[in-house]
Design a protein around this ligand. Structure first.
Ligand code: 13P
Length: 252
């Protein structure tokens, strides 16, 4: 039985005051609500990880980073290592978010190194995959998602797969208000699980958490969650409002 997992990716939003206020709001409302039935994480900008970590301490809301670098230390200006992220209290690290793939230009090969470095450093990677609108229109969704998944997990052993969460985020649904229909989400989630079964085993595939992301809101979370292969959410915009984020956790 997979435990639902809801994470809020704050992207390049909040400031030193509002990041802490948002974290405190999530802690107080979500603890009352979901008990221990849903895993919850918040993913603030790097510069606010430490104050947010303090605000989350002694709560069951976990901390995640929006990115990670694969080297351990050294002359990599602007980059942040797994050890640094662990040091400030991170449990999770996003790898290959669509904005890093398509705005910053990250490749599958780089993302694969990040997934491996996160696990080696004791973090739990959330590997993001998803197709562009032109790829969906050209009927290439399965091909793109399978390529990203295979490349992202390249070289990862059976023992390490349980550390990984997969987030399916169709790029055309991110920040656009267009959500994949429950059927569209289920179709790709089932495909991802089938590929994991092929690459690893049915048992490991069944145990892997696959989140959906892309304009998730309180109003659409329950119907998405009702799909058999949707195990939770990676939430952008709606995670910046305590009430909306908590309503999504409740739906999960
Ligand atoms: P939105 O929920 O704002 O569409 O963003 C989704 C996302 O990219 C989460 O990582």
């Amino acid at each position: 039985m997979r435990k639902p997992f809801v994470a809020g990716n704050w992207k390049m939003n909040t400031d030193s005051h509002s990041s802490v206020a948002l974290a405190e709001g999530v802690v107080s409302s979500s603890e009352k609500l979901a008990g221990h039935k849903v895993d919850v994480a918040v993913i603030p900008p790097f510069v606010y990880l430490q104050p947010v970590s303090k605000a989350l301490s002694s709560s069951r809301v976990a901390l995640g980073s929006q990115d990670i670098y694969f080297e351990q230390k050294g002359a990599f200006t602007g980059e942040v290592s797994a050890a640094m992220l662990k040091d400030v209290g991170c449990t999770y690290a996003l790898c290959g978010h669509s904005e890093r793939r398509h705005v910053i230009g990250e490749t599958d090969e780089l993302i694969n190194k990040k997934v491996a470095a996160a696990i080696a450093g004791g973090l739990l990677p959330i590997l993001c995959v998803g197709e562009l609108i032109e790829q969906r229109k050209a009927d290439q969704t399965a091909e793109v998602v399978m390529r990203q998944l295979k490349a992202g997990l390249e070289g990862l052993s059976d023992e390490k797969l349980p550390a990984v969460t997969i987030a399916y985020e169709p790029v055309w649904a991110i920040g656009t208000g267009l959500t994949a229909t429950p059927e569209q989400a289920q179709e790709v989630h089932a495909l991802i699980r089938a590929l994991l079964a092929d690459m690893y085993s049915t048992k490991l595939a069944e145990e892997t958490c696959i989140q959906y992301g892309g304009s998730v809101k309180p109003g659409n979370a329950a119907e998405l969650m009702a799909q058999s292969d949707v195990d939770g959410f990676l939430v952008g915009g709606a995670s910046l409002k305590v009430d909306d984020f908590v309503a999504i956790i409740q739906a999960a």
